[in-house]
Design a protein around this ligand. Structure first.
Ligand code: C2E
Ligand code: MG
Ligand code: MG
Ligand code: MG
Length: 291
């Protein structure tokens, strides 16, 4: 389980499975079974208000850890699930693990958001917005507590049905976030057509802010544009204090990254919360029972 937040350090383990060539035939039956049995677990990476340092939410990140401890990164199994009609089941498994967890946090006074990564394929499921709102209601969660993240590549596929579903998601009060902003082909176009209320600046810009004038220019103009459109800006991949200082100085709203916290299991997150009470506002009074 060590370092499970960091795909890079684990890629050497993955090569043991020969994922480079002929990976599908090796991994596919295992992935199918893992999804069916809810063995794809969810880790949580905290997200903060850059100015107040308050914890605002967590991003739910799928984790596949084999019985022998081997870690298969999402960059391997998410595309495999997408190509083999397993992604809807995976998305539902993630959602159905996280919503009860959020209800438990709510009960303990931790009222935060959870962000979910959605694949393009989910955008063809016309009943997805209803599925989400029925479940949210069942667990007593406010729609604002749930944020749907989409990468730009998810959107180029079938723009008409995507737009209909995304608009319905937004109209139900869920958050809608454009992920990895700046890395796709038609980001700005998507902002005109789809009612996003938040934007996540891709890590590749954040990690280059010190050395590349271009990265700073892109970050700063993205923030200006987003704010003029009434969209919140979140920086991903914050790895040092200098990045926080810079992002604050250029008006970025929120941040997420290893410097604050790595993705954690629910158990690790509970412990992390206990040792970091300063991340909470008064409305999120920590319950001593919270373990
Ligand atoms: P993402 O949505 O952009 O998620 C952020 C990724 O950046 C995560 O990688 C996270 O561990 C990593 N990260 C966060 N902070 C830092 C940092 O400070 N430095 C560095 N170097 N990395 C950081 P992860 O968990 O490997 O996920 C990779 C991608 O896989 C995600 O990118 C997302 O697109 C996809 N993914 C993960 N879980 C799911 C899921 O449940 N469903 C779908 N459809 N996609 C998922
Ligand atoms: Mg994401
Ligand atoms: Mg992202
Ligand atoms: Mg990313």
């Amino acid at each position: 389980l060590r370092d499970s937040g960091q795909a890079t350090s684990l890629s050497k383990n993955v090569s043991q499975l020969d994922v480079e060539d002929d990976s599908d035939s090796d991994l596919l039956p295992a992935l199918t079974a893992a999804i069916e049995n809810d063995e794809i677990k969810v880790y949580f990476q905290p997200r903060f208000d850059l100015n107040s340092k308050r914890l605002l939410g967590v991003e739910a990140l799928a984790r596949w850890i084999l019985d022998d401890g081997q870690f298969i990164p999402p960059s391997i199994f998410i595309p495999l699930a997408e190509e083999n009609d397993l992604i809807e089941a995976l998305t539902k498994s993630v959602v159905e693990q996280v919503l009860p967890q959020m209800a438990e946090w709510n009960r303990k006074g931790i009222r935060i958001q959870a962000s979910f990564n959605f694949s393009a394929k989910s955008l063809h499921e016309l009943d997805f917005p209803d599925y989400l709102s029925t479940l949210a209601e069942q667990y007593g969660l406010l729609p604002q507590q749930i944020v749907v993240e989409l990468t730009e590549s998810a959107l180029v596929d079938d723009i008409a049905s995507s737009m209909e579903i995304l608009t319905r998601i937004r109209m139900k009060g869920f958050g809608l976030s454009i992920d990895d902003f700046g890395t796709g082909y038609s980001s700005v176009q998507q902002l005109q057509n789809i009612p996003f209320n938040e934007l996540k600046i891709d890590r590749s810009f954040v990690s280059n802010f010190e050395t590349k004038l271009q990265a700073r220019t892109i970050i700063e103009s993205t923030i200006e544009m987003a704010h003029k459109l009434g969209i919140l800006v979140i920086a991903e991949g914050i790895e040092n204090q200098a990045a926080i200082d810079y992002l604050k100085s250029v008006g970025c709203d929120q941040g997420q990254g290893f410097y604050y916290a790595k993705p954690m299991s629910a158990e690790e997150f509970a412990k992390w919360i206990k040792v970091n009470p300063s991340y909470f506002g008064e409305e999120q009074v920590l319950d001593n029972e919270f373990v």
